[in-house]
Write a protein that binds this ligand. Sequence first.
Ligand code: ADP
Ligand code: ZN
Ligand code: MG
Length: 520
Amino acid sequence: MMTKDRLLAVLERWEPVIGLEIHTELTSTRTKMFCGCPVAFGGEPNTRVCPVCLGLPGALPVPNAYAIEQTVLAGLATGCEIARRSLFHRKQYFYPDMPKDYQISQYDLPFCAGGEVTVEIAGEAASQRKEGGVDEERRVRLTDVGYNARIGITRIHLEEDTGKMVHVGGSEGRLAGATKSLVDFNRAGTPLIELVTEPDIRTPAEARAFAQKLRLIWLTLGISDCNMEEGSMRVDANVSLRRRGESEFGTKTEIKNMNSFKSLHDGLAYEIVRQAEVLESGGRVVQETRHFDAGAKRTSATRSKEEAHDYRYFPEPDMVPFEFDDEFIERVRARLPELPDARKMRFVEEWGLPPHDASVIASDLEMAEFFEAAVNIGGPERAKAVSNVMLNDLSAHLNARGIALSESRIVPSMVVELVELVEAATISSKQAKEVFADMAETGDSPAAIVEIKGMRQVSDTGAIEAVVTRILDENPNKVEEYRAGKTGLIGFFVGQVMREMGGQANPKVVNEVLARMLEG
Ligand code: ADP
Ligand code: ZN
Ligand code: MG
């Protein structure tokens, strides 16, 4: 049986409980968290370092005020309370890519706590949900396609990232078989926020939707580039199972190293099926850390709780606690841009877009900005027509090429021009498809393409009447059948006329003329 079916079968009997821990580098900051070294991806190893981020004795940290503001901004965008008083702690553990042997992090007084983010689950993803759980009030059914789930945010704290290990001499940089391990401290000290969710997530699809929504919010705020492949956004997932209808949590495992939304979803799906098999064969789930291998499609144990660290947290003695007053918090709040949910609402309420269109467009920052620019050029009355082009022709084009919107040759004004050409009946909607393909290829404007290709649509009633007269004369039997009540034949006549006119006739006019002349 395929894993998808196995997952759905398991979900009939077991309810997953999932909580995510998501680390995001604040790549929008110019400098590291506690020193003046630049923040950037990659580069010649160990060139963006100084005594502070190398942890040399006597070096003192100076907190990056901008990174703290960005963390507060993230907290406000996810409905968190901002702490009036907070501080950094030292978290002690030994790892070769952490030069100080402790990480400056936050412990019991994080900058942000107690927020909530709503995710929309639609289509096939919604089929993973079984109703009747013990905390149904967090889920609201939407009209037809799916439901909304409210996911609690436990906290967001700020810390510093570690450096990176590079294992060489083995195969493909993997530890197994490597003969040497090198350390690159360029990343060490990069401002890093960690967001922890409440165990409110119930399906792999909800986990994926949450991570995607969070990425969209962070991108909208501009706090990070959230590049999962480069590791500027990293998701760990905690998951346990309980029998449907039960309220107690089971023992959880934590899956690390999922570097795409697909891995997050699939890693959870495999782990849920694995735990169900353990429990159903009378075993017990062991609390441990597991690694998801996306190639082999399985998780394997890497660290058990018995080896768990005692981090010996204590307040960072080189920094004083922070006191945030209302004025500071309100100043950061004033910087909040329009967030994705509000943007979607505006598309629906002010521009009359159907909720489904608005959801799809607002869930992608590039699409949303493109759409917004197009409607600003063409006017709200063209919002739906612009959305149609974007969700059909444009999306299909991007998928087929495997490119991002910004990498295509299409710009908002081109879509508006195309919509206007159809609206003015200069070209038919069928011809518009052709023009779109052409403009995606060449980057030429739709008007220029119509001109070059001589694609004008014929709306001239006289010209169409002449063709209709000829078609009716050639098909006397069909005309008789139509007049005897077989009105479905209208499609046949329209087809004949269109073929005769090389597809350039305005279908609306053709239909009108035919209906009139067939009536006799
Ligand atoms: P730990 O002490 O092991 O770090 P935490 O209580 O700090 O665990 O929770 C870490 C993450 O695991 C949070 O996202 C939380 O929502 C989630 N979590 C906690 N308990 C469970 C459970 N029984 N099953 C699934 N997830 C859980
Ligand atoms: Zn430095
Ligand atoms: Mg914890």
